[in-house]
Design a protein around this ligand. Structure first.
Ligand code: SF4
Length: 382
């Protein structure tokens, strides 16, 4: 089975106040040493089960801000991955980019290095909202970057947008969606702003200095996103993701289908499924310690857990329910050796009765109301 490879690049020019990713603000970063550490990890993982002998179907450079790295470094890492594993013929290779860190030449360099999909953190086209979100780029820089990416030959382009920002109106959200679509990406991710513990926004919220929007307003904005993006040619295929038909992000589908993925780099998580359960592990989070560990022998793992069949059967459900088409009951039964009703029937009954789940044509999925209350549905299967 071809698998998905996630590669974490942990540095950013500055830390956005809402961000809870493993990202570190820095003016300089040990690019050569970090790329060498990633390659050491690739070499080591390629020698051991379950990855040995398998080829790569998708790669995702996430962060952090991978576009801070030079195309030459990205090319080095991709060459190592291709040499050790091999790529499937149509491998999807995505790089996350901050519009404030690229120009036409750099984007052309990424394309030449083997990247074939770019994902820009646009977030908004409203200067006041960009400032509030602590973004380092302007709306014009996003427009220029998106156009330069298309000119550089990227036919696959995602734009991330954030909504439900304090002070934002429904009309503001509509304008951001129109601006994003007007740039002609094949994919748009629209995320509801959340206030995660450990972020600057969370502290500000606790101190009463910023207030999240009322939940009704957030729901109204989410409804607008679900109506507006499909109308502009981007059907919804996941809770926060919209794409031209056939242009869904295959890398992320691996996660939502609860399939195996190898994560390398600081703080990266991996999952290797076996028949019904699997094993999950994660790497050292701090970049300097990660480099030291990975460079010494290719392993930077600092924790692991076995996922038993019962846990995996719950994870399969809440991950697949993120997808607009949910999952096929036959796929569930094939994977877990028992029917969905036998394993989850009792808790699911309440969700069907409450109008949060629906069953049709051998599949189960969230209803429209279930989409708005998705977290409480997922909690039933954790
Ligand atoms: S650029 Fe992205 S990864 Fe970096 S701090 Fe901002 S949101 Fe987080």
């Amino acid at each position: 089975m071809p698998f998905s490879l996630y590669i974490h690049i942990p540095w950013c020019q500055s830390k956005c106040p809402y961000c809870d990713f493993n990202s570190h603000a820095a003016a300089a970063w040990p690019e050569e040493n970090y790329a060498s550490a990633l390659i050491a990890e690739i070499d080591r993982r390629a020698a051991d089960p379950p990855w040995d002998g398998q080829s790569i179907a998708t790669i995702f450079f996430g962060g952090g801000t991978p576009s801070l790295f030079e195309p030459r470094s990205i090319g080095r890492i991709l060459d190592a991955a291709e040499r050790r594993f091999g790529f499937t013929r149509d491998a999807e290779i995505t790089l996350e980019a901050n519009p404030g860190t690229v120009d036409g030449a750099k984007l052309a360099g990424f394309r030449a290095a083997g990247i074939n999909r770019i994902s820009f953190g646009a977030q908004s086209f409203n200067p006041a909202i960009l400032k509030f979100l602590g973004r380092i780029h302007s709306a014009d820089e996003t427009r220029l970057a998106a156009r330069a990416a298309l000119r550089a030959g990227f036919t696959r382009l995602n734009l991330d947008v954030i909504f439900a920002v304090p002070g934002q109106t429904l009309a503001d959200v509509g304008i951001d969606l129109a601006e994003a679509a007007a740039l002609g990406p094949d994919h748009i991710s629209a995320y509801n702003l959340t206030f995660e513990e450990g972020t600057a926004f969370f502290t500000e919220m606790k101190r009463g200095r910023i207030r999240p929007l009322e939940s009704d307003d957030q729901a109204e904005m989410y409804a607008l996103v679900r109506e507006e993006l499909p109308r502009r040619g981007y059907p919804m295929y996941e809770i926060s993701n919209y794409a031209a038909p056939g242009h869904e992000a295959r890398h992320n589908l691996t996660y939502w289908h609860a399939e195996s993925y190898l994560g390398i780099g600081a703080g990266a998580h991996s999952y290797a499924r076996d028949n019904a359960g699997g094993r999950r592990w994660w790497n050292e989070r701090m970049p300097a310690r990660y480099i030291a560990l990975a460079s010494a022998g290719g392993i930077a793992e600092t924790g692991a857990e076995t996922v038993d069949a019962a846990t995996a059967a719950g994870e399969f459900v809440f991950l697949n329910l993120r997808l607009r088409n949910g999952f096929a009951l036959a796929d569930f039964a094939r994977r877990f050796g028992a029917s969905f009703d036998a394993i989850h029937g009792a808790r699911a009954a309440r969700l069907f009765e409450g109008g949060l789940l629906e069953r049709a044509a051998g599949r189960i999925r969230l209803t429209d109301r279930g989409l708005e209350l998705a977290d409480s549905v997922f909690a039933e299967f954790v």
